[in-house]
Design a protein around this ligand. Sequence first.
Ligand code: BGC
Length: 760
Amino acid sequence: MSIKEIIHQMTLDEKIAMCSGNDMWHTEPMERLGIPRSMVSDGPHGLRKQPGKDSGDNLGILYAVKAVCFPAACATASSFDRELMHQMGQILGAECRAEDVSVLLGPAVNIKRSPLCGRNFEYLSEDPYVTGELAAAYINGVQSQGVGTSIKHFAVNNQETARMSSSSNVDERTLREIYFPGFETAIKKAQPWTVMCSYNKINGIYASENKWLLHDILRKEWGFEGYVMSDWGAVRNRVKGLLAGLDLDMPTSVKGVNDNVIKAAINDGTLSEKVLDESVERILKIVLRYEAEKKKDADKGKAYVFDYDADHRKAAEIAKQCMVLLKNEDVLPLKKEEKVAFIGGFAKSPRYQGGGSSHINSYQVISALSLAAEYGDVIYAEGFPADADYMDEELFEEALHTAEKAEKIVIFAGLPDVFESEGYDRSHMRLPACQNVLIEKIAELGKPVIIVLHNGSPVELPWVNRVQGILEAYLCGEAVGEAEMDILYGKVNPSGRLAETFPKRLEDNPSYLHFAGKSKEVNYTEGVFMGYRYYDSKNMEVLFPFGFGLSYTTFSYSNLVIDKQDETGRTGVRVCVDVTNTGPMAGKEIVQLYVSDKTESTIRPIQELKQFSAVYLEPGESKTVILELDERAFAWYDEELHDWYAADGTYKISIGKSSRHMELTGYVELSDGRKKLPIIDENVMLGDLLECEKAKEYIEEKLFPYVNRVTNGNSLSECDEMIKSFVYYMPLSSLRNFSTMTNEIIAEIVKELQEIQKEL
Ligand code: BGC
């Protein structure tokens, strides 16, 4: 039976029931029509499957089946590696198949607007390009296994404070350039089966009832083909939601309250049954698509098994490619024969995932300390606990005593669980005081000190200049200890790069004054100047810049070649660069490409990341890295045009190791782009008209006589700066006050110029 036929056979009640969950995690089954109960589960960095019909929670507190906990997005984003994301997606997809989960609730692609957002650990980056590219790779990976994803939280959900009722107030250009591309790219490149709308309002309208967002942008502009589900409890007005394009209300609407609302609206004509049918169709397509995938594999005799050990090993491999070496003054890697003190509760009980809906009931957590004996001569003291900010003089004494006995000291520090989580935001960017105090005390011993950080978002590092090594482990999943030990002891060369800036102080962050809003109005006044776009444009000192990360080897860059695909550059630009491993160890380099707009067509960030590539090189090996740029890579979103716009002119292309360290630069000229014409009405600026080459003749004849009266008969070029500026910035209508210009003549000029413009 086709989906249309199924819908035809459904009663109104059945259609309504199909549009909300059957329970916490399932869609509605309808046996007589062959519609199964289809399960969705969190996501994003492991499977949080809660079995049992009437149980489960969206806060990650109640029981979930054991699963492998992979590195969280804060860590995987640091890999800057599409292939790695794809692999992780494939593994998660296969786990879903083994557990009969049809849709994995992820990836989460909200932009890290402030380091304080409690859920940053689940999000990828402050940069929309990295976010979109990595999300698309992950989705393609999961979905290659015949399982859907739910990209979330659409959109502009960048804080936890009042997340269910606040309004993110953002101008359209900023939405298009910063907060949408993560979703847009993923939808265009990977077509996720579902999208999860966010709790918050966008410019005053709940995401769950925002037609512009869910229909005009998501479906019409970007071509999304799946269904939209609500975040858990995000539906306010069910009818408005359906009209806007929100298909599935999750979880179940308890006691069928919303079902009754839908029925009443259909009965009184405020909602047409056709709208309901469309939502049912979109939901059924996905539910049945999953069934078809299962059948296809069953026919081939293919069965999925959740192989915990194998997947744990893969989680370790991934973790090793995510950690970021932030500082190394010749203290790493550690040598087997060195006596090393491990200090800090995180050595024994690492923090490796965040709290809330993504919380995995982990299969097997491996700490660095548990492996220490296999790697070297390690002694240990707790110093401070991993789960609280607790100053204990005895623990300090013992730690100092242990540190004194060692040649090098590795301090395992980080944020305890309660410091950052889904549900609330941080109020500061500090590590627990007990950790900062002990780190300072140990640094005073004058021995090499290395800090390993476990956190989901940047922290202030007041002792940064008094320690010799820093490894950012982020929240790297259950195999965290294996990755840490391999990197600390040099079995693996660190290759992670920061997908977010570490500012020196919280106050430096561009959203600082407005985060997290008052009276539930959150004004994104920093606009497109988000993350490094702000710090770099202001040339502000930061602790560690976006894209930064060290390696145990060195890389050199040469032969930058920039080729336009056609004369204009509009069909694409290909950038090639040779990268050579000039150091002693094999390693992976992340080649980053930044574009700077030199056309001055508007105010833009000084540079923006527009391509990147991960390249693995043996010592002495060279590879040519090819980076493709499309026209969008040069464009900004023009609210007047309601479209992307890349002016004709020069663009700088820089190849760098971070947003603050460029290795090579070159230039490219774009031409033959769309001409931007001024809006012509009676208040058009004379300067805009005088610059309008194509209407020159007309303007000289018609307008100049009036302008001459203002300039006292002198040509503009002869006038001094003040007169020139006065004329340039003067609206056409102002000539009424300074010349014999009349309203009739103004109207005539406007009309004729509009005609000329039409012909351009
Ligand atoms: C979270 C979502 C999650 C859902 C189901 C919500 O509270 O915001 O990310 O997928 O719960 O657990």
